[in-house]
Design a protein around this ligand. Structure first.
Ligand code: ADP
Length: 379
């Protein structure tokens, strides 16, 4: 380990519009001497974070994402992934104070809009300075680092025959449960990734063209993102959490809500290759009072998910075509516990590009900004 490394503990924090992501590096104790050097407070912080998976009322550690054997600035150790709602930043600061963190940690490396918004609060409440990093710089650094450290970081959803899903309008319908259930998760070798389109689906959506680690630009975005899905779902179904919204959607049927090509044509719109099962008008059936009276919460959640997902898929596809890019990497917490959206995106990317585009996904979903921030902690 070089001598310029900052003092432990090492954290990277991404204070987003909905969720705050905290990545903690737990150094491996190499010998007795190192262990003795660890102060009591430091030991307590390590124990508290690594022995629990819930913190306060809303803090959660994603134990399944834990990354062992990573090397950062010459130190080997384990990365732990923790999240809590950004609305609970106040409670987090109180907790940090009660665990003695406020005395030990003078600077937190932070990114995301909240690093600006809450800067004063961190100083006032716990006397911690926020060292800020740009969120898109952090995002890309985090993606590349995670992929280099974790051999199964990048994956895709393969259709059963590994062929382009759809060549003619007579194949199985796009959104049928049967078609989607046949997709299986497979690892993707991301060792020569450039160029790729990075689509980060958080509260809102950003799309970046990445040509090299330090060569990227933001091409597009949309305000119709994960926050829109959850907001509309809460309004339409009365659900109160993302998990609930996703599980409603998983058992719903969007065709009672959306108007399909066949509802308008009675079948396919063959001349332009549009299959009857394609959505022609999202929520189009909901203009009818009769239909509204019959629709279920599950169906409404499903339609909201399909609408938001396909809209993001369309914009991503247009950007990729425009930029002559074949690989589209999706990340962000909208994809958390949400295989349905990933399969829909995989299907849509392949279908509408006649197999030319590939949708890729990353295991650490929404944590890359926080990881990138942690890597930067020498600055
Ligand atoms: P941001 O940085 O804008 O907070 P994230 O990448 O953390 O973005 O994604 C936030 C989105 O993730 C939410 O809009 C929601 O769709 C989804 N999400 C996943 N898990 C949760 C959760 N536990 N609570 C709230 N939203 C969640």
């Amino acid at each position: 380990p070089d001598n310029n490394t900052p003092p432990m503990p090492w954290f990277g924090m991404d204070i987003g519009g909905t969720l705050t992501k905290l990545v903690y590096f737990e150094p491996r104790e190499t010998n007795r001497r190192e262990l003795d050097k660890e102060t009591e407070v430091l030991k307590n912080i390590r124990r508290y974070l690594t022995r629990n998976s819930a913190y306060g009322k809303t803090g959660r550690r994603d134990v399944h994402l834990q990354m062992d054997n990573v090397t950062i600035r010459g130190r080997r150790g384990t990365l732990h992934f923790i999240r809590f709602p950004t609305s609970e930043v106040g409670a987090f600061l109180q907790l940090a104070r009660s665990k003695g963190m406020a005395d030990l940690v003078k600077t937190i490396y932070a990114t995301g809009g909240g690093a600006y918004k809450f800067e004063e609060d961190f100083i006032k409440e716990v006397n911690m300075r926020l060292s800020k990093m740009d969120e898109l710089d952090a995002l890309i650094a985090g993606v590349l680092f995670s992929d280099s450290m974790n051999s199964h970081e990048c994956y895709y959803w393969a259709p059963p025959d590994e062929q382009p899903v759809h060549q003619s309008s007579t194949d199985s319908p796009p959104y049928s449960e049967a078609a989607l259930s046949m997709y299986v998760r497979k690892p993707f070798d991301f060792s020569s990734p450039y160029p790729f389109l990075l689509v980060n689906i958080g509260s809102g959506v950003s799309m970046l063209v990445v040509n090299a680690p330090d060569d990227y630009y933001r091409v597009s975005g949309t305000s119709l993102g994960g926050g829109t899905f959850l907001g509309l779902c809460c309004l339409l179904t009365g659900c109160s959490s993302f998990e609930e919204a996703i599980s409603l959607a998983a058992s719903g049927d969007n065709t009672t809500v959306d108007k399909l090509v066949r509802d308008i044509y009675g079948g396919d719109y063959a001349r332009f290759g549009l299959p009857g099962d394609l959505v022609a008008s999202s929520f189009g059936h909901m203009c009818s009072a009769e239909r509204r009276a019959k629709v279920s919460r599950e169906d409404l959640a499903r339609a909201t998910l399909v609408t938001i997902t396909n809209n993001i898929g369309s914009i991503a596809r247009l950007c990729a075509c425009n930029e002559d890019i074949e690989r589209v990497v999706f990340c962000g917490n909208f994809l958390r516990v949400n295989p349905l959206s990933m399969k829909l995106l995989s299907y849509a990317m392949s279908y509408w590009s006649r197999g030319a585009l590939k949708a890729l996904f990353l295991e650490h979903e929404g944590y890359f900004g926080a990881v990138g921030c942690l890597l930067n902690l020498d600055m």
